[in-house]
Write a protein that binds this ligand. Structure first.
Ligand code: NI
Length: 171
């Protein structure tokens, strides 16, 4: 396993529609292992293949606290969505930035696992957000297109949180 370079906003590979995976190969297994390592090393909760420059419909997600429950989704598709959540979102390809994004509160997706067996994954909250965010990458979209208000630096985001906390206190 090896770490891969994470591509950043402005690079063309992040704007492309990715191709479906037709069969699992040794090369793709290595890629998926590397993606999981790269996601964990960068302390992200998800990573899509185009973020390491590979235009294939593969994402890895791990929203567990320990970072030891990676989910691999190949050719994923959202088949059910419910509700709404608005919250801060970031991306390993957009370092140092945060923005408020509204996503579904609940998502169910179908996909193939690493052995190309059909699976379904459902999630609420952070997992639902991660599934939506990662799947967007496969069609060349970044969360920055969906940000409500402005895309904030980490410092601005802290100020934003403090300001909102103060408003809350005065109520
Ligand atoms: Ni991302």
């Amino acid at each position: 396993m090896a770490l891969r370079d994470i591509r950043e906003i402005g690079e063309e590979c992040l704007t492309k529609k990715c191709k479906e995976v037709k069969e699992m190969t040794d090369r793709l297994r290595i890629l998926i292992g590397d993606m999981i390592d790269t996601m964990h090393e960068a302390e992200g909760v998800g990573l899509a293949a185009p973020q390491v420059g590979i235009l294939r419909r593969i994402v890895v997600i791990d929203v567990s606290e320990e970072g030891n429950e990676p989910i691999v989704l190949i050719n994923p598709e959202i088949i059910e969505k419910r509700g709404e959540q608005t919250g801060p979102e970031g991306c390993l390809s957009v370092p140092g930035k945060t923005g408020m994004v509204t996503r579904a509160e609940y998502v169910k997706a179908k996909a193939l696992d690493i052995d190309m067996n059909p699976i379904e994954v459902e999630g609420e909250g952070l997992l639902a957000r991660a599934i939506c965010h990662e799947l967007d990458h496969l069609d060349g979209h970044l969360y920055t297109e969906l940000v409500e208000g402005k895309l904030m630096t980490n410092e601005e985001f802290m100020e934003y949180l403090n300001a909102n906390a103060k408003e809350g206190d005065s109520e």
